[in-house]
Structures are given as structure tokens and as C-alpha cells.
Design a protein around this ligand. Structure first.
Ligand code: NAP
Length: 322
């Protein structure tokens, strides 16, 4: 009997495929520097039984119309805003993601980005490498303290709670905003619930960890930045789509907020000429929230487990509700 065909949109370590090779045929896009072109993905989707895809792969209605026997789309990410869930459901295609395995790693990066932005680490690194360090002076590259300040976490889910645990270690006051209160986070982490506007008005560090959805798209707009304190820092480790980048640019240029740390952007990869990247008070990262060697392996393994389960007729471990 013909083995089910699994297409992967990036190079996957061969060793991870070994346990599945007897049962499934794998193929993947080999060029690491570019993502799979749309025509190639369309060709592959026509014949695939399973697809492992990721951030940057638009699995929309038109491409799903080409699927003839696709049973599962396993996204190598916890966010799944790149997939048209309704279109997948209409064709009985299961969608899975990779929650939990990336939570701590993404929170590490979120907190690192917060610290780097507050203490101006990138500017300091450039300063020394460019030979500008001539002498010590009291306010040279002076940034903002992090300890004892107030962090406002927008999206107190898995990653939000992991961030709150880190903030506790810095003696921070923790506020959060969700659509619904998270009483466990409140009692276990001593966090305080706030409306979105109260959080914006109060927090020294506003951190976005909400999924991108029709509700959260552009939720950080000019009104939101106007509400924030003038010395507040904005950190985004969720998705670029939650921010109106034009409004953020203006807020940073006008001094409405102090600085921003951004791991994600509306258009990825962002152009190096983008105005946000010309500002010294922006720390920018190329969407590396969950990018540790260990976590990437765990994400691949979870995706493979999900694919194997569905192709063998069982329930996947981490389905997305469709
Ligand atoms: P999660 O556990 O589902 O948490 C999401 C939180 O957001 C929930 O507490 C949810 O609470 C809240 N939320 C959802 N919609 C909201 C809305 N309209 N307004 C206010 N709050 C809302 O997800 P997670 O695992 O923590 O991941 C969060 C996001 O981080 C992912 O979706 C992904 O986009 C992003 N991420 C980025 C990276 C990276 O590389 N930078 C890595 C991993 C994840 P309610 O339902 O009560 O509103």
C-alpha cells in the first residue's frame, strides 16, 4: 500500500523523521534561506496527506481549495493566524499547533527583550563597537530600571503567566488584561486584572502576548499609545498584526512613549529601510521568540506526533479548536 505523503515547508532534521520513515513518505522544501514559493506549495498541497507548515506560510482558502486528500495541517507555532481555519474545517482538515513546548523559551526571550530595551543594550553594544567609548560619564546610556516597576501583560495565557513568573523575580507589580479574568494567575502570581485602558495608563512596561485575531488586530493603535505613560516601554512578542505600526512610529517619534522592543512585525521579514528600524529607541528581533535549539526540536516532535496520530486515525495531541 502507498505510504501517506507528508510535506514540510522547511528543512527538518533527518534524525527526527527516523521513527516515522517506515509508515510515511516525507518531502520538504530544502532551501533554508527562502520559504517555499506559492506555486510549489500549491503543487504539494494537491498530493499531500499531511502538511507541516509555519509562520510565513499563508494557508488560505484558495490554496486549501487545491487540497485533494489533506487530513492535517500541523503548524510549527502556537499562533495559527496564518491558517484559514474555516476553510480547513469545511474540508474536514484537522489543524494543530505547538502550545506549551515553547512557552518558557518565548517568555525568556520576552523578558530578555524587555531588559534589553529598558537598559538600552543594543545602543550600548553599537556604541562600544563603533569606538565611541572615550570615557565614563554618569548618564552615559542610562536607561530605565526594571525591578519594582509595573508590568502590564496583555494576554495572560500560557506565555503571559511564564512572563509574570519572571517579573515576580524582579519584584515587579504585575497587571494583566484578558477578555476574561484568570483567577488562577491572580491567586498564584499575585497579578491584578485591569481593563485594557487602565493597564495602558498604569504600566511602565506594556507587553503584548495576545494571539492575532479579528478582535486583536491593530489593538495597539494611536489611542492606545496616547494612553500609555510617556516613559512607558512597549514590548511585542505576539504578532505584528496587533500593532498599528504607523501609530507606534509616531508615538516613538513624538515621545508619547519611551521605547519599544519588537520581535514581530506586520510584514516579515521587515525591510531594513523601515522607519521603525531607523529609531535608536527600538530594539528589533527577527521573530525569534521560540528559537532555542531545544524548543525547536520539541516543536518539530510535537508536530510529527500530531501528523502521525491523524494519519493513523487517532486524535492529535494539540488540536486547534475550529
Ligand atoms: P494562550 O495561552 O492562548 O494565551 C493567549 C491569551 O490572550 C489568553 O489569556 C487570552 O485570554 C488572551 N486573549 C485572547 N484574545 C484576547 C483579546 N481579544 N483581548 C484580550 N486578551 C485576549 O496563548 P500563548 O501560548 O500564551 O501564546 C500567545 C501568542 O503568543 C500566540 O498566539 C502567538 O501569536 C504568540 N507567540 C509568539 C512567539 C514569537 O516567536 N514571538 C512565540 C510563541 C507565541 P482570554 O481568552 O480570556 O481573552
Amino acid at each position: 500500500m502507498k505510504k501517506p505523503y507528508v510535506y514540510v515547508t522547511r528543512k527538518i532534521p533527518a534524525a527526527l523523521l527516523a521513527p516515522y520513515k517506515d509508515d510515511f513518505t516525507f518531502n520538504y522544501w530544502e532551501r533554508e534561506e527562502t520559504s517555499v514559493p506559492r506555486e510549489e506549495l500549491t503543487k504539494q498541497i494537491k498530493k499531500a496527506d499531511a502538511l507541516i507548515c509555519m509562520v510565513g506560510d499563508a494557508i488560505d482558502k484558495s490554496i486549501l481549495e487545491e487540497a485533494n486528500q489533506l487530513k492535517i495541517i500541523a503548524n510549527l507555532a502556537v499562533g495559527y493566524d496564518n491558517i484559514d481555519l474555516e476553510a480547513a474545517k469545511s474540508k474536514d482538515i484537522v489543524v494543530t499547533n505547538t502550545p506549551d513546548v515553547l512557552t518558557e523559551t518565548t517568555a525568556d526571550l520576552g523578558f530578555a527583550l524587555l531588559l534589553a530595551t529598558a537598559r538600552r543594550l543594543m545602543e550600548a553594544n553599537d556604541y562600544i563597537r563603533q569606538g565611541k567609548w572615550k570615557e565614563w560619564s554618569p548618564y552615559l546610556l542610562a536607561g530605565a530600571d526594571v525591578h519594582q516597576k509595573t508590568i502590564g501583560i496583555v494576554g495572560m495565557g500560557r506565555i503571559g503567566r511564564a512572563l509574570a513568573r519572571r517579573a515576580q523575580g524582579f519584584g515587579m507589580k504585575i497587571m494583566y488584561h484578558n477578555r476574561s479574568r484568570n483567577l488562577v494567575a491572580e491567586s498564584e502570581l499575585g497579578t491584578t486584572y485591569a481593563s485594557f485602558s487602565d493597564l495602558l495608563k498604569t504600566a511602565d512596561f506594556v507587553v503584548s502576548v495576545v494571539p492575532l485575531s479579528s478582535e486583536t488586530e491593530n489593538m495597539f493603535d494611536s489611542q492606545a499609545f496616547q494612553l500609555m505613560k510617556k516613559d512607558a516601554l512597549f514590548i511585542n512578542i505576539s504578532r505584528g498584526g496587533v500593532v498599528n505600526e504607523e501609530a507606534l512610529l509616531q508615538a516613538l517619534q513624538n515621545g508619547d512613549i519611551q521605547a519599544a522592543g519588537l520581535d514581530v512585525f506586520k510584514e516579515e521579514p521587515i525591510s531594513k529601510d523601515h522607519p521603525l528600524l531607523q529609531l535608536p529607541n527600538v530594539v528589533a528581533l527577527p521573530h525569534i521568540g521560540s528559537a532555542s535549539m531545544e524548543t525547536r526540536t520539541s516543536m518539530w516532535n510535537l508536530s510529527l506526533e500530531n501528523v502521525a496520530a491523524v494519519l493513523r486515525g487517532s486524535a492529535p495531541k494539540t488540536p486547534v479548536s475550529q
